[in-house]
Design a protein around this ligand. Structure first.
Ligand SMILES: [Mn+2]
Length: 335
């Protein structure tokens, strides 16, 4: 395992890129704007350096990202056809663990090539490659931007737009506590390169599908509070998704509604993925630490935003997660 503090990591990364030719890039399942933005920017950087770079994902990126890339830029993983044997270097962006990449992650983990991880999540496992991690970075695309600067590469619209996309998604339009001065300076550079903020905002934050509205109306009915109002919980089931004819991404941001309820310090959103598998998201206000809770269930993330996939029925998982928070509350650890 090599965890490299910045900026030394950029020298190692540049050396590795110069020495190799065929790269494979991927990011986490149900990609968000940072996963799409950092993958896309990385692919374009490599191509500009004269490299052959493939961006592969296990599953579609989602309709709201359509306008940010050409269809040919993304390869969808196909267990029958996908063959990565000619790739020399594996690049994982905006994720720190192979399972986050679905079936692509399994193939990448087994792959004999060099491994690179560029990420801003807190790592909690060992890793067999070059890991460039800055947990204080607002987005993975900020790290990619720093690499572009390091390379002294021209920062034109084809790089600036994916960088900006990751930036606005991970800072939620520059309002989360991770919104640094650097974030705004990079945004300014993006605008100078031709990014039109409304064009990036509109498909991400400015559009709601009717299916999402239907799902939301069902999910909101499940909202409840615990721990004297300090904890808010909400969930969705497979049935609700089916009834609403909702896409897997239609519940994006539901957790933020839970967190936003007055008095709630920790918000939890549970989503039944399929029978016996529940995806749990935690969000915290203030100095509450939710990544510690996620780690207890094999998950990960950031101090104030974390997630885990837990086996069990929705009722069982909800009880487990709530018990953990009740224990914390009893110890006075929810502030
Ligand atoms: Mn990110």
């Amino acid at each position: 395992m090599t965890d490299i503090a910045l900026p030394q990591g950029w020298y190692l990364l540049a050396d590795l890129i110069h020495a190799k030719n065929r790269f494979l890039i991927s990011s986490h399942l149900r990609p968000d704007g940072d996963a799409v933005g950092s993958s896309l920017a990385m692919k374009r950087i490599l191509q500009r350096m004269g490299k052959d770079a493939v961006w592969v994902m296990d599953g579609e990126a989602g309709w709201n990202f359509d306008r940010f890339y050409d269809k040919e830029e993304l390869t969808l993983y196909d267990p029958e056809k996908s063959d990565f044997s000619d790739r020399e270097v594996i690049v994982m962006v905006d994720a720190g663990e192979w399972p986050r990449l679905g079936r692509v992650g399994e193939a990448m983990k087994r792959h004999p090539g060099d491994k690179i991880c560029i990420d801003h999540h807190i790592p909690h496992n060992s890793y067999e490659g070059l890991r460039i991690v800055d947990a204080a970075s607002p987005s993975t695309t900020v790290l990619i931007y720093r690499f572009i600067q390091f390379l002294d590469m021209e920062f034109d619209l084809s790089l600036a737009e994916p960088v900006y996309l990751g930036l606005i998604v991970d800072t939620q339009n520059f309002h989360l506590p991770n919104t640094t001065e650097e974030a705004h300076l990079i945004a300014a550079h993006c605008l100078r390169a031709g990014v039109q903020p409304h064009r990036v905002y509109e498909p991400i934050f400015g559009t709601t599908l009717f299916s999402r509205m239907r799902l939301m109306s069902e999910a909101f009915k499940t909202f409840e509070i615990a721990c004297d109002g300090k904890v808010g919980v909400m969930y969705t089931t497979c049935d609700m998704f089916q009834q609403a004819e909702a896409d897997p991404i239609d519940d994006d941001g539901f957790i933020d509604f839970v967190r936003s309820v007055e008095g709630v310090r920790i918000g939890v959103y549970l989503r039944e993925e399929n029978e016996g598998v529940v995806k749990v998201s935690w969000r915290a206000k203030g100095d509450n630490n939710v990544v510690a809770s996620a780690h207890k269930f094999g998950g990960g993330g950031h101090l104030r935003a974390a997630g885990a996939t837990i086996l069990g029925s929705l009722a069982e998982v909800k009880q487990l997660v709530l018990q953990d928070l009740k224990d914390l509350a009893a110890m006075g650890k929810i502030i």
